[in-house]
Design a protein around this ligand. Sequence first.
Ligand SMILES: [Zn+2]
Length: 300
Amino acid sequence: MGQTYTGRFAPSPTGLLHAGSLVAALASWLDARAHQGQWRLRIEDVDTPRCVPGADRAIVQQLMALGLIPDGPVWWQSQRSPAYAAALQTLVDAGWAYPCACSRKDIESAQQVARHRSAVYPGTCRQGLRGQPARAWRLNVQAVQAALGDSPVTHWVDARLGPQQQNVAEEVGDFVLRRADGLWAYQLAVVVDDAAQGITHVVRGQDLSDNTARQIVLQKALGLPTPQYRHTPLVRGANGEKLSKQNGALALDCHSPAAAMAALNAAAQVLGLPAVPAQTPCAQALMHWTALYPAQSDPR
Ligand SMILES: [Zn+2]
């Protein structure tokens, strides 16, 4: 295989692409093309209650209209349960995953939780379930790091944000691998699929940066390689909050070439790339930006 580049865009089909998610899509596509790499598309539909029926197909159509055409088949995480189950079993067999009986309320009542932050799991069930039924499965972070001789502080270098670090055990705790509702946790699905798809470079929105240390710990626990990470700038709405489906971001209009080009121009500007004339075909604009990527002015 060698040191080839494989990147990916991995949207959750909780709605259509909007101006914010297009920035991550465009950046990951440009980064792959600038490295003469492959660009894969993965639909992250493990959290089925939050998925909108048909949104997956609509996202694929939006990307095609924008000229962001994936290499190879599209993957759906909803079809990957056996691979996630095998990974969890590997961790259980190693003694690095354990069942947890706690409810969210149990965990949050154990400490003060700041707004928009989830509670650090205090490790309540690490020594056993105290006769209660298992709800979720968690990774024993300290056991993994002790067994592998790794420092409690995970270090990595983000291609845009620079050196990063997080003490997962202290700042997050033993995180969930399989949820109490039986669904696979985001961290496990992402780590298993990034490895299975041979992803060497992850380019995604900065709102996901906080997951990186957990994913590195999990990669090490499963003996999987760690990709390089680059987190792209967020698009903020009028209220200053991150533009997201949850706070009413509008679906991108890609129904005409002019609308698609306008959407690409807006996303390119967030990445510090120059706008192209409105009548430029999308494919031509993408080639132009590939040669300029990453922009020197890529804002931090
Ligand atoms: Zn617990």
